[in-house]
Design a protein around this ligand. Structure first.
Ligand code: ZN
Length: 568
């Protein structure tokens, strides 16, 4: 009995195994094929194995089946298609194992052309797809759902139901019989609100246009018309976060008109016949401001058609006030103190109207409550080292006082011009570096007067301060009735000719109100200046001229007196 039972169970195992094997082959015999039409292809998928090979057969229209490809896996993409054609496929694994035939019509989606936005709506255009009988248009408002909008047999569609300020995404599908293509590329467009033109004003170099923000705008296009008869032209495109444009490509005394369009992809606001116009009247050219102690001198070039010029002044951050209307192309005035920051701008009054204002130019005020230092340089000018020091001062917005030797001034007059331009003070160190204390009265006067005349000639500054060569003033102060300036920090730069020694001496000895003695003849001093100027600023010192310091700390410098410092 036991043997028989064992035999039966063995047979059962064999039977089950055979059934399993036949089950696998039964599944293989039922290859089922699916077709799906994409934008540029037909995709075939079937229930095969990724590792097995299959042959794809294809029939175009009423032609014959041809072997299209042999592939490994269960997917095939056919891109060799013509729009409007019918395709039939089947898949074959072996003689016995093949799929049923599947048929589909391929229609290509339409190729979208540039859309346009008019006062009434959006016009979409596309290239006809071969074999397409009609087209379905879909629309999605930004943030909304895609909706079927219309069906047409034309190659264009005008959407009159657009809301102003909304951006829509449009897609179109081609239709042939039952077949529907994939979606066309998306067209993002709509009718944006036209930007509100806020102002058009004269700027120093041209005209400045300002407009308001438009919802959904990604950029703005600026259009311009020159004169009354010119043509509208797009002159600029700026990003959606910019709401102004300065047009510098303008001719003086010509009227210009502008309008702005908002854009986002192909969306744009339409031109609503609203524009803004302005006569371009440029600011006077070459506006400069020079400071000489308390004296402010303004200068500019003659403006065509100017009848007069209006000078405006601002003290500190206060209100702008008209100071004077002048006929000449310059203006000067004396300030009550050098302590305040004072700014100026000028415009011309011409036969065609007022011009734009020039750029604002300011003196550099001194804050008497804050620490300050006066760097002083003697014995120059020097053709190389003076400029190097001026470079450092200019770079850091600082100024110094240069006690020049009169006999050197004519040769290096460019140094004085630049010193004055940078707001530095130019002072008198005698004509021939003579020891004034032992000179005759007449000589002392001549030494000072000759140098004064040269400084004024080349810098435009009328010098106030003097420094005696060797520091020996003697009777010179009383004789000339001029303030003489000594120092509180002597760097001995002429002796050491060492950059590091000059730098460390200043670092150790400087304090609020220091007058620091150096000489602009030496490379080592220029090098030290390049280090010490930014260092002093970083320590909180204002780098001022001697006159500015004495003005802030002693109420000015009196003739006949000697000053050593500007301690508070
Ligand atoms: Zn000297």
């Amino acid at each position: 009995m036991k043997r028989i039972k064992r035999l039966i169970s063995l047979m059962a195992l064999v039977f089950i195994g055979a059934a399993m094997l036949s089950g696998v082959s039964a599944a293989e015999e039922k290859l089922s094929l699916k077709l799906s039409v994409k934008a540029e292809s037909i995709e075939l998928t079937w229930n095969g194995s990724k590792k097995e090979s299959y042959t794809v057969y294809k029939k175009t229209g009423k032609g014959k089946f041809v072997k299209a490809d042999r592939v490994t896996g269960k997917k095939y993409t056919d891109k060799d298609l013509e729009s409007g054609e019918t395709y039939t496929y089947y898949i074959k694994k072996s003689k016995k194992v093949r799929s049923e035939q599947k048929k589909t019509v391929y229609v290509a989606p339409p190729k979208m052309k540039k859309s346009s936005v008019g006062s009434k709506g959006v016009t979409l255009k596309w290239n006809e797809s071969d074999g397409a009988e009609k087209y379905i248009i879909y629309r999605r408002a930004e943030g909304g759902k895609k909706k079927r909008l219309a069906v047409t047999d034309e190659n264009s569609y005008k959407d009159l139901s657009v809301k102003k300020g909304v951006i829509y995404t449009y897609t179109v599908k081609s239709v042939r019989g039952e077949a529907v293509s994939a979606s066309s590329s998306a067209v993002r467009t709509g009718r944006l609100t036209a930007p509100e033109l806020i102002s058009l004003s004269k700027s120093a170099d041209g005209l400045r246009l300002k407009w308001g923000r438009t919802e959904n705008a990604e950029k703005y296009a600026v259009y311009r018309k020159k004169g009354e008869k010119g043509k509208w032209k797009k002159i600029a495109s700026v990003n959606g976060k910019t709401f102004s444009y300065e047009d510098k490509n303008v001719e003086d005394r010509v009227k210009y008109s502008y309008y702005v369009r908002a854009q986002a992809d192909e969306s744009r606001s339409i031109y609503e016949k609203k524009s803004i116009s302005q006569l371009c009247l440029k600011a006077p050219d070459g506006f400069t401001l020079k400071v000489s102690g308390k004296k402010i001198s303004l200068d500019w070039k003659k403006t065509e058609g100017a009848e007069s010029y209006q000078v405006y002044r601002q003290t500190g951050d206060g209100k702008w006030k008209k100071v004077k209307t002048v006929k000449a192309d310059k203006y000067s005035e004396a300030l009550k103190s050098t302590g305040n920051k004072v700014s100026y701008k000028v415009r011309a009054v011409t036969d065609k109207g007022k011009t734009a204002f020039t750029a604002v130019k300011s003196n550099r005020g001194v804050d008497p409550s804050k620490p300050m230092v006066a760097l002083t340089y003697d014995d120059g000018p020097h053709p190389v080292n003076t400029h190097r020091i001026l470079d450092a001062l200019e770079k850091h917005g600082a100024r110094a006082t240069f006690f020049v030797v009169g006999s050197r001034v004519t040769d290096y007059k460019d140094c004085l011009e630049r010193q004055a331009e940078l707001g530095c003070e130019i002072a008198n160190h005698s004509f021939s570096h003579t020891t004034l204390s032992v000179s005759k009265d007449k000589t002392v006067r001549e030494e000072i007067e000759k140098t004064d005349a040269l400084i004024e000639k080349y810098s435009g500054q009328k010098p106030v301060l003097c420094r005696a060569p060797g520091g020996s003033v003697g009777k010179a102060a009383k004789l000339t009735d001029r303030p003489f300036i000594h120092w509180s920090v002597d760097t001995l730069d002429w002796q050491s000719r060492s950059c590091s020694k000059v730098v460390s001496h200043i670092r150790k000895n400087v304090r609020d109100g220091s007058i620091i003695l150096m000489h602009d003849l030496y490379g080592s001093t220029a090098e030290a200046s390049e280090i010490i100027i930014p260092w002093l600023i970083s320590e909180g010192y204002q780098l001022v001229t001697v006159s500015e310091m004495l003005e802030a700390r002693s109420g000015g410098a009196d003739g006949g007196k000697i000053y050593y410092n500007g301690y508070a």
